[in-house]
Design a protein around this ligand. Sequence first.
Ligand SMILES: [Zn+2]
Ligand SMILES: [Zn+2]
Length: 352
Amino acid sequence: MELYADILGSDATQEDYKSVALHFDNERNHFLAGKFYYLSGNYPKAVKHLIRASQNSSSEDSESTQLAIDVVAAANDDALTRQLIDFLMGEVDGIPKDAKFLFRLYMAKKQYREAAKTAIIIAREEQNAGNYKHAHDVLLIMYGELRKQKLKVPADMTTALLLLHSYTIARLHVRRGDHLKAARMLIRVSNHISKFPAHTVPILTSTVIECQRSGLKSSSFNFAAMLMRPETRGSIDEKYKKKIEAIVRKPQKTEEEEPSTPCPYCSTPVIETDLECGHCQNALPYCIATGRHILAEDITICPNCKFPAIRNELLKLVEDGEDCPMCNTGLTAEKLQAATNWKSVVNPEAHD
Ligand SMILES: [Zn+2]
Ligand SMILES: [Zn+2]
């Protein structure tokens, strides 16, 4: 019978598929029964069997779950969608399934707002577990999808991506030995250290070290003092312990003020890494290469992800062979044209 199922070609009729489905139904092979009910156009039976198939398998059976999503997307039937959502949320068997399935279902059904909410949940879980790259990518994909659909990006998604991206470029600049840029981004991350519970001590330690290296002595002291609290001091790497203790014992609080550059909207000076203009009240888009606010006079847009950057800063990375820090696409200097229409790209017409 399995062989027969295999040789059913493109000229098979719905009746053929139905008889194959019935056969597997009798055999209690839920996956194949579901698959052939799907091909025969009987979506409710297909979903029923595919849900059974993913319940019965001991491991996470992604094949049956994924196929159930395809069926529901093809069926365009609210009751069936609801049934699968209930299953994925764990309301059928008390076991919530991996959120990526719910995300895929919403995307397949073109329910982008629900998909966005799910993406935020997935990203938060990944971030809590310390999988920052994955969390970053989940949000970036969703971001691109919402913009493609001309839908508004939820504020908590923007904030979450900003923080994850700041972490990403902090690591990039540490690797490049650009300590000041690394320190500025690590300060931003460390100011929200509760969002990085899997790496509290290593991140705070890097912040202290990079601030020290780039002359931000006062910030270095503040984060060193934070590390010396009872709940974290025991976990400090032996390699850095003495150094951090010394920073706390003999505080040096000299630190030059961070430079300001013109607000891209109203030209009032705004501190480089501040992302809000106190004068015009605009939220300022950030440069994907530095995390600083963008500059109207020196701006480019990544041709792939459409995120803006300070052109000179992104060029420096590209000339050293780095990819786009946001979407990892390979870039060349010629692709990074000066953008004159940046406002419409950065803030496209979006509706709720
Ligand atoms: Zn302004
Ligand atoms: Zn990009």
